[in-house]
Design a protein around this ligand. Structure first.
Ligand code: HEM
Length: 151
């Protein structure tokens, strides 16, 4: 059962977090290009949709992670508590900053036919913070510092 939960947890991380990372990272440069040549709004909307839909699917990652941790009896371990905190922070950055700012840039593009460079730079910064947070969690998941099951 633990192996099944862990497999599903890792599968969910690959299927959900992967697309969000790629689409969110492509969004700021795509928004800048849309600014330059006046086209590309369709691409931007698609990238935003991928981020939104796969963020929803991504809820499965911590849910299955907690189920795996419970099955293994490691929920109280420091590496896991830290991972849960960092995952929560990553989700908060995504929901509170990345997705709304993508929305704002789409509106700005529709209303003004372009977006300001400092707005795409700010979005790129929040996207970078999101990527850094979940990448840190992935390292913690593999190394598991202080755990006897650690690599
Ligand atoms: C609430 C958040 C999370 C919890 C409670 C959690 C829990 C767990 C647990 C208990 C394991 C098994 C570790 C072991 O075999 O000893 C695991 C493995 C793993 N988790 Fe998570 N996880 C969370 C978030 C994430 C996130 C956000 C990612 C990546 C995006 C991730 C990626 C992985 C990977 C790749 C493994 C396999 C590591 C290995 O077996 O070497 N997890 N997780």
């Amino acid at each position: 059962m633990t192996k099944l939960l862990l497999s599903l947890h890792v599968l969910a991380a690959i299927v959900a977090v992967g697309p969000v990372t790629v689409a969110a990272s492509m969004f700021p440069p795509a928004a800048r290009r849309a600014h330059e040549d006046g086209t590309g709004a369709g691409t931007l909307r698609l990238l935003h949709r991928i981020c939104r839909v796969y963020s929803g699917i991504g809820v499965a990652v911590p849910a299955l992670g907690v189920a795996t941790g419970a099955a293994m009896g490691v929920l109280g371990d420091a590496w896991l508590t830290t991972s849960i905190a960092l995952t929560t922070a990553a989700a908060a950055v995504l929901v509170a900053f990345v997705l709304p700012r993508q929305d704002e840039l789409l509106e700005e593009l529709a209303e003004r036919g372009g977006v300001e460079r400092r707005n795409t730079a700010r979005l790129a910064m929040f996207t970078g913070v999101f990527n850094l947070l979940w990448a840190t969690v992935t390292v913690l998941m593999v190394v598991r510092p202080g755990s006897t099951t650690g690599a």
